[in-house]
Design a protein around this ligand. Sequence first.
Ligand code: PNS
Length: 161
Amino acid sequence: MAVRAVYPGSFDPLTNGHLDLIERSLRIFDDVIVAVVTNPAKTSLFSDVERVEMIREATRDLGKIEVVIFDGLLVDLVARVGAKAIIRGLRAVSDFEYEFQMALMNRKLREEIEAVFLMPSEAYSYISSRLIKEVAGYGGSVTGLVPVGVEKRLIEKFQRR
Ligand code: PNS
């Protein structure tokens, strides 16, 4: 039976660190659902649809990837799609506390779902979507840190502002 995982996040926008984790996940799991959270209370630079499009474009050649938008509890989505695990990335110790709390809360909600933590390549360990937006917003180069399609959209987005 195929073993499926869900990789959730805001992906505002997708970075090469995220992409690296998606590729690593596919070495372990048969298929991976990338789940883009929609949160009307949180302002994002890119709309849900734009975030999904960017991930689809960047993962087109990987296969065994599905990209969905979700709201509500993550564990409910994981159960609904028949996945066994939630993938999250750990870049540095500073990520640990937030991830630890979420993993234990998710376990409390649905004990049968495991959290699996993967480390991105060290080349991407300092990248976050927040920093990417900040640098791109001030006109700095993010080449090599995000997929080409994401870089294009960042430039367009900030030029229009
Ligand atoms: O990329 P992010 O913003 O760190 O991702 C956070 C995310 C989407 C994984 C988290 O906010 C989440 O799971 N949201 C869905 C609502 C939920 O299940 N909340 C309880 C988590 S313990």
